[in-house]
Design a protein around this ligand. Structure first.
Ligand code: EPZ
Length: 423
């Protein structure tokens, strides 16, 4: 296992390219299962989550070639059972269920295990697929879902759960509905840019989907799909993470290949804290200047276009040394505060109670050996270490490698003093 050694105190400057979105790539790779024609997907980040998805697709019978960020897939013949030893490693594998069901009439996928940010139910996924006529059974930890003899039928379904819409649930139902006879309407759909990118990919294959990016998505069933070439949207969470690094330890850091429209909620919080974000005309390059007198803020996470839960840990690292009191409430994953305990070991003043963290900014954190836990919590620890006094060792780096493409190389490019070492 690798660990990241971070020597605090370096000033970040220069520019990096933001990678393609992990959370758009995963459902788009899964959606390739819907067609027997060749698809080419560009800007797929080289992270372990996309590597798992590529392995799952080839285990299902797909022929895959991957060279740097471009993935070429031919799914001429596929089987309906996803391999447990791969599926169990990544919750997002659940998004092969919809395309397998639509393409083969059946899907056998392991129930995802829970994970450190909290319970990860799939009841909304199943509600949607059953509304299209599928029947579900559970056997030795697998979901076995089967389409009726005559195929799936279009239906109206509301996918809202107690914590709001479901991103991958919306993806699964949208993909399953592509071949369903008639019209499917998804109410309370997730409106994340990654859902919209998936819909754009499906429409490029020949699907008929309208309304993606809103709470109401309408899918007209078609009988077959062709091939296409698609470039994945930028990763707005990676961009937000590097923005946080820039305000914590930077002086005029430039991020390229971003998308301003997808960053409105993220930009807003940085700006009300007093930091400056200067975008170019096209909105795909941003320069970040730390504010002279930054102040704290209150974040309440919400489904897009609200503040993303995937950014709250990183902002907690910003607030840890921002003068004043800040509040972070996660309404989507109320247990997603593993990073706080580790930051407190670095001297942060944080109280977590009932899904809310109250952070009182301190002058400086100090280094301590800390342990990564989940993807975004681990990124937050790297951010906290950038200005901590001394050298911080962050172990279990594989958590970060799941969703950040070569994070150590990008930080080095920005003049950070970091090194990846074998544990
Ligand atoms: C996606 O996960 C993202 N992952 C997550 O990013 C992100 O945190 C999450 O959406 C919320 O934005 C990918 O896109 C690969 P949900 P997903 O279904 O789709 C509850 C990261 O760091 N729920 O939108 O699995 C659920 O418990 C990852 O990149 C049900 O109750 O999340 C949660 O409280 C972490 N029943 C809320 O809905 C269901 O059937 C939102 O979950 C499904 C979900």
């Amino acid at each position: 296992m690798d660990k990241l050694i971070v020597h605090g105190g370096a000033t970040l400057r220069g520019s990096v390219n933001i990678s393609g979105s992990k959370n758009a790539s995963l459902p788009i790779l899964a959606a390739s299962l819907l067609t027997d024609k060749e698809v080419i997907i560009r800007r797929v980040p080289d992270v372990s989550d996309t590597n798992y998805m590529v392995q799952i697709i080839s285990a299902l019978g797909g022929e895959i070639e991957r060279s740097s960020g471009t993935v070429r897939i031919n799914n001429k013949e596929i089987v309906d059972t996803a391999p447990y030893d791969l599926v169990r490693r990544m919750r997002a594998s659940i998004c092969v269920m919809g395309p397998l069901l639509a393409r083969t009439g059946r899907a056998v996928v392991s129930l995802p295990g829970g994970c450190i940010i909290g319970d990860r139910p799939v009841d909304l996924h199943l509600r949607g697929l059953e509304a299209l006529g599928a029947t579900t059974e559970f056997e030795s930890g697998n979901i076995i879902i089967t389409a009726p003899k005559g195929g799936l039928k279009g239906a109206e379904v509301n996918l809202r759960g107690t914590h709001g819409p479901t991103v991958l649930g919306t993806d699964n139902v949208m993909m399953a509905a592509v071949f369903a006879e008639g019209t499917t309407v998804i109410e309370s759909a997730a409106a994340e840019p990654e859902v919209e990118d998936l819909a754009n990919f499906l429409n490029a294959l020949g699907a008929k989907i309208e309304g993606a990016g809103t709470r109401r998505i309408v899918i007209q069933g078609v009988t077959s799909l062709g091939g296409t070439e698609h470039t994945v949207i930028p990763d707005r969470i990676e961009a937000g993470t590097f923005m946080a690094a820039a305000v914590i330890a930077g002086d005029g850091v430039v991020l390229r290949r971003v998308c301003r429209e997808q960053m409105v909620a993220i930009n807003h919080i940085f700006e009300i804290c007093g930091h400056k974000l200067i975008y170019n005309e096209a909105g795909d390059i941003v320069t970040i200047h730390r504010g002279e007198n930054p102040i704290g803020a209150e974040i309440i996470t919400a489904p897009f276009p609200g503040y993303p839960t995937d950014m709250q840990a990183q902002m907690t690292a910003v607030f840890a040394t921002t003068p004043g009191i800040s509040v972070v409430k996660d309404t989507i994953f109320p247990q997603r505060f593993m990073h706080c305990a580790e930051m407190k070991r670095m001297g942060a003043d944080i109280n977590v109670d009932n899904g809310t963290a109250i952070i009182k900014g301190v002058k400086q954190l100090s280094s301590a050996p800390v342990m990564a836990s989940d993807l975004r919590a681990s990124a937050a620890l790297v951010l906290a270490a950038l200005t901590a006094k001394g050298t911080t060792a962050i172990s279990r780096l594989y958590h970060i490698d799941r969703g950040y493409e070569h994070i150590d190389e990008k930080l080095l490019q920005l003049n950070a003093h970091v090194e990846r070492v074998k544990e």
